[in-house]
Design a protein. Structure first.
Length: 296
């Protein structure tokens, strides 16, 4: 909830309910105005910045020493200060403990499917990783009309839950004695039409690339965060070695889409993404649940 605003801020006012988003939007640069990208020139993900853009200073300190901002949001605090482009106004009737999951996980996966992969009706889609981002990607594929949505995950306990989000089939790479991309190719007469990678694991990214049908009509989409500076070496007949200078690709829904309309219908839909609710004082327990694969 907005407590106060700085000079010149007109998009939000004290009392407004908002969602923080770390892929902010200035709404003026070519990326913000494009339907193909949301990597804002001003507010794109920058884990090294740690300060406010206007004056290059931190708004946090302890014992006179600065504490630096985390991905422009610093949301693990009771109060935070962020650029207005990193908040999206929402309906005040929406329960904050539910719609908070739209800030990242859901919007990343759903946006990856609907805005980037754009699976045609009747197509086959592979989703690598069935955490919150992967489940949202499956949901996006379902909404788009994909007929086969194949979930790929090393944790078999996730498969039953994934049916609620549109997955029709499941593959555990551990159950096979050959690369999972070959398994998927065998299942789909040469490869899937679309694949969305949601783990951030470099090997999974390569598998997601290679499982797509080789007729040239397929699409691969990265929704996971790779370690900064990682290099991906594809097979020689695919792509040359390349490096992502940002270290990752996060394709979120534009902030003006869902958040502005978050009301009863939307929060009932997002509720199924929530497996546990813990108080902030037990935040480490939440991280443990996430690390073990048992929580979204």
């Amino acid at each position: 909830i907005i407590e106060s605003v700085g000079e010149g801020v007109t998009d939000v006012a004290p009392g407004n309910h908002v969602l923080p988003v770390f892929t902010g939007e200035c709404k003026e640069c070519p990326h913000c105005k494009s339907a193909e990208s949301n990597m804002c020139d001003l507010l794109r993900i920058n884990t090294d910045r740690g300060v406010m853009i206007g004056d290059g200073k931190s708004r946090f300190s302890i014992n006179g020493k600065p504490i630096y901002h985390f991905v422009g949001t610093s949301t693990f605090s009771e109060y935070t200060v962020m650029h207005v482009g990193c908040v999206a106004k929402i309906n005040p009737e929406a329960p904050l403990d539910k719609v908070c999951v739209l800030s990242c996980g859901i919007s990343t996966g759903l946006g990856a499917s609907i805005n980037v992969a754009k699976p045609p009706k009747g197509s086959t889609v592979a989703i690598f990783g069935l955490g919150a981002v992967g489940l949202a990607a499956a949901e996006g594929a379902r909404i788009a009309g994909a007929s086969r949505i194949i979930g790929v995950d090393l944790n078999p306990s996730r498969f039953e839950e994934a049916k609620k989000f549109g997955c029709t089939e499941f593959v555990n790479p551990k159950d096979h004695n050959k690369p999972v991309q070959e398994v998927l190719a065998d299942m789909t007469n040469g490869g899937v039409d679309r694949s969305v990678e949601c783990t951030g694991n470099i090997n999974a990214m390569i598998q997601a690339f290679e499982c797509v049908h080789d007729v040239g009509l397929g699409c691969r989409c990265a929704g996971g965060c790779a370690t900064q500076g990682c290099r991906v070496q594809d097979s020689p007949n695919e792509l040359p070695e390349r490096e992502d200078p940002e270290g990752n690709l996060l394709w979120q829904l534009q902030a003006t889409h869902w958040p502005a309309q978050c009301g009863g219908a939307v929060y009932e839909e997002v509720e199924k993404f929530i497996t546990h609710s813990v108080p902030f004082s037990e935040i480490n327990k939440a991280f443990d649940l996430m690390a073990k694969g048992g929580g979204h």
